[in-house]
Design a protein around this ligand. Structure first.
Ligand SMILES: Nc1ccn([C@@H]2O[C@H](COP(=O)(O)O)[C@@H](O)[C@H]2O)c(=O)n1
Ligand SMILES: C[C@@]1(CO)OP(=O)(O)OP(=O)(O)OC[C@H]1O
Length: 161
């Protein structure tokens, strides 16, 4: 009998740079800095894509959307997420649930978490209660604590419906 579940985890970091907003979970969040990235630099979606690809043992986001490929310059990361979801669905799986933690001192993520959940649930074609967004500071410690960048960790469970 084939396994009914798969699990994957992902982690992503982007340095803060010039700009006036960051994109998190598809949501444009006003901030006094942007991020340095080839795409829109959405750490939430990049970590989630890696979790989904990891659950399928299909490599990582950089393998599917190489940073050397000009077609991904400034890309909307929601397209990456929908592509990863198609890979999941093609194989008979669906995301059972996903849980993401954003790590930064600022911006405050809490006020945007619901909007992020709604977009991610829409792209994954799953119910809102299966998508969780959390956030933490690192109490001013490390690169996130110094405000040098932003990170996200994600886990997701794939289920065979
Ligand atoms: N960028 C962030 C960081 C934290 N939060 C919220 O604040 C709570 C307390 O954070 P600690 O790091 O002091 O534990 C955290 O649980 C989040 O609810 C946030 O919204 N955005
Ligand atoms: C998303 C991709 C797209 O080229 O580039 P970046 O936006 O720089 O983001 P990263 O998290 O480094 O992942 C690698 C790439 O797949």
């Amino acid at each position: 009998m084939s396994a009914m579940f798969r699990i994957g985890q992902g982690y992503d970091v982007h340095a803060f740079g010039e700009g006036d907003h960051v994109v998190l979970g598809g949501v444009r969040v006003p901030h006094e800095r942007g991020v340095v990235a080839h795409s829109d630099g959405d750490v939430v979606i990049h970590a989630l894509c890696d979790a989904m690809l990891g659950a399928l043992a299909l490599g990582d986001i950089g393998k599917h959307f190489p940073p050397s490929d000009p077609q991904w310059k400034g890309a909307d990361s929601r397209a990456f997420l929908r592509h990863c979801n198609a890979l999941v669905r093609e194989r008979g799986w669906q995301v059972g649930n996903a849980d993401v933690t954003v790590i930064c001192e600022r911006p405050k993520v809490g006020p945007h978490a619901q909007a992020m959940r709604e977009l991610l649930a829409q792209d994954l074609d799953i119910t809102l209660d299966a998508v969780s967004i959390k956030a933490t500071t690192t109490e001013k410690l490390g690169f996130t604590g110094r405000g040098e960048g932003i990170a996200a960790m994600a886990v997701c469970l794939l289920v065979k419906p």
